[in-house]
Design a protein around this ligand. Structure first.
Ligand SMILES: [Zn+2]
Ligand SMILES: [Zn+2]
Length: 178
């Protein structure tokens, strides 16, 4: 349990990489401005786009026109889900004021899914990875519950409003100021 955070992050990276995710797009963020097509090379390279497009297996628990939700492959607690935008947005740092409704919808949806899956929002931790501390460069909101069952590594990796993990409320607050 005494593993430092950095090695925990590296471990997550490795797991995602084995799923053939390309994280080379991390520095090529302007792509989020471009119109997306189902067959764009960008989407073909992004693990999360491929999951949204049904090209990679995952246990999707909710999907609609805008979002896809599935369990984290390394859950930090009994309930741990990722809410993705179908659109490829690189990360929370790429968001602008216009994205505030999207962040609000992601937040509401994450709570709905948690409840549907039998979790409680009272004990949930929510947040976005803050660049460069993310393993897959495709915007996703984590919802984890209950907090009391998170281990030490999970607590460190998903530490609310740290340099690397930011709550939706904080993201919205920042966007409103921008
Ligand atoms: Zn993507
Ligand atoms: Zn993540």
């Amino acid at each position: 349990m005494g593993r430092p955070l950095s090695s925990a992050l590296r471990l997550t990276d490795r797991v995602y990489r084995t799923a053939k995710a390309s994280i080379k797009t991390m520095s090529a963020s302007p792509s989020s401005e471009l119109p997306q097509t189902q067959n764009s090379p960008q989407r073909a390279k992004c693990l999360f786009c491929r999951i949204c497009d049904g090209l990679e297996p995952s246990n999707i628990v909710h999907q609609d026109e805008e979002f896809v939700v599935f369990p984290d492959i390394r859950p930090a607690a009994p309930h741990h889900y990722l809410v993705l935008t179908r659109e490829h947005i690189t990360d929370a740092k790429c968001l602008t004021k216009e994205h505030i409704p999207i962040v609000e919808k992601m937040t509401a949806l994450s709570k709905e899914v948690l409840i549907t899956q039998g979790g409680s929002t009272d004990t949930a931790r929510l947040g976005f990875h803050w660049p460069p501390f993310h393993s897959v460069s495709h915007l996703h909101l984590h919802i984890i519950a209950p907090e009391s069952e998170m281990g030490l590594i999970g607590r460190a990796m998903f530490k609310s409003n740290s340099f690397w993990f930011v709550t939706p409320e904080k993201v919205i607050e920042q966007l409103q100021k921008a």
